[in-house]
Design a protein around this ligand. Structure first.
Ligand SMILES: [Fe+2]
Length: 240
């Protein structure tokens, strides 16, 4: 299994999965169509499946164009299917799907949007979280509550530490700088900031992250209770 990020728009990543054995290819949260089609074609692949985590245009903007070009199927959250172009398969909590020959289960993790989902590949040890969890950050609460997002953080934190987390945006450097203001004594965080600064100076992608790394360095995942989480989220919103 090969997984590549295709940078799109300002700081989005479209994650493309390819299984060399079956030749199947899937794209997660295509912001745009042409850049994704071009990057996939350059590798000799063809998209058969699109997965969407939530309705925001920077995650579904490429749906229609990719479907028109490839005839792919589109899997998206049932609760948001009416707001997303071209949905063939609407999914909800606990639904099981197959992507490039791998089994995935759908998690409902509302808060950033009311119907936001994640795709958890238990056997492969990876999860696509859209705009819910970021490296050292979490999504803004556009359509949900701090209680919901805190519960999402708890659920994600309970995954095995080596699970790879594929996020929707390259927010890592700004998040690391903010996180250090929250936990100035966190040695793992200091070390991570150095690594992330180096990576971004070289224009390298800082994702995927892992559950273990987030448990050590993500203030939102380390929040003690809902009130603590809500305070952090409000601080981060004003930090920028
Ligand atoms: Fe979003």
């Amino acid at each position: 299994m090969e997984i590549i990020p295709i940078p799109a728009l300002r700081d989005n990543y479209v994650w493309v999965l390819n299984d060399s054995a079956s030749g199947e290819t899937a794209a997660v949260d295509p912001s745009v169509d042409q850049a994704v089609l071009d990057a996939v074609a350059a590798r000799g692949w063809r998209i058969g499946q699109v997965l969407n985590t939530h309705w925001h245009p920077d995650h579904v903007g490429g749906n229609a164009g990719i479907k028109a070009a490839t005839g792919c199927t589109i899997t998206a959250p049932a609760a948001e299917a009416s707001r997303i172009a071209g949905v063939d398969c609407d999914v909800a909590e606990g639904d099981r799907i197959t992507v490039c020959g791998m089994k995935a289960v759908v998690w409902e993790i509302p808060a950033h949007t009311a119907g936001h989902i994640a795709f958890y590949f238990e056997q492969a040890g990876m999860i696509f979280v859209g705009d819910t969890l970021f490296a050292m950050g979490c999504g803004r609460l556009f359509e949900g509550s701090a209680e919901q997002m805190f519960s999402n953080m708890r659920r994600l934190a309970a995954l095995p530490e080596d699970v790879k987390v594929y996020c929707g945006h390259e927010y890592t450097l700004a998040n690391a700088r903010w996180a250090l203001t929250v936990e100035p004594g966190n040695q793992a965080l200091k070390q991570r900031l150095v690594e992330v600064e180096q990576a971004r100076a070289e224009n390298r992608v800082t994702l995927p992250t892992t559950i273990g790394l987030e448990r050590e360095t993500n203030p939102f995942m380390r929040a003690q209770d809902v009130a603590h989480f809500a305070r952090l989220r409000a601080e981060k919103d004003s930090f920028g």
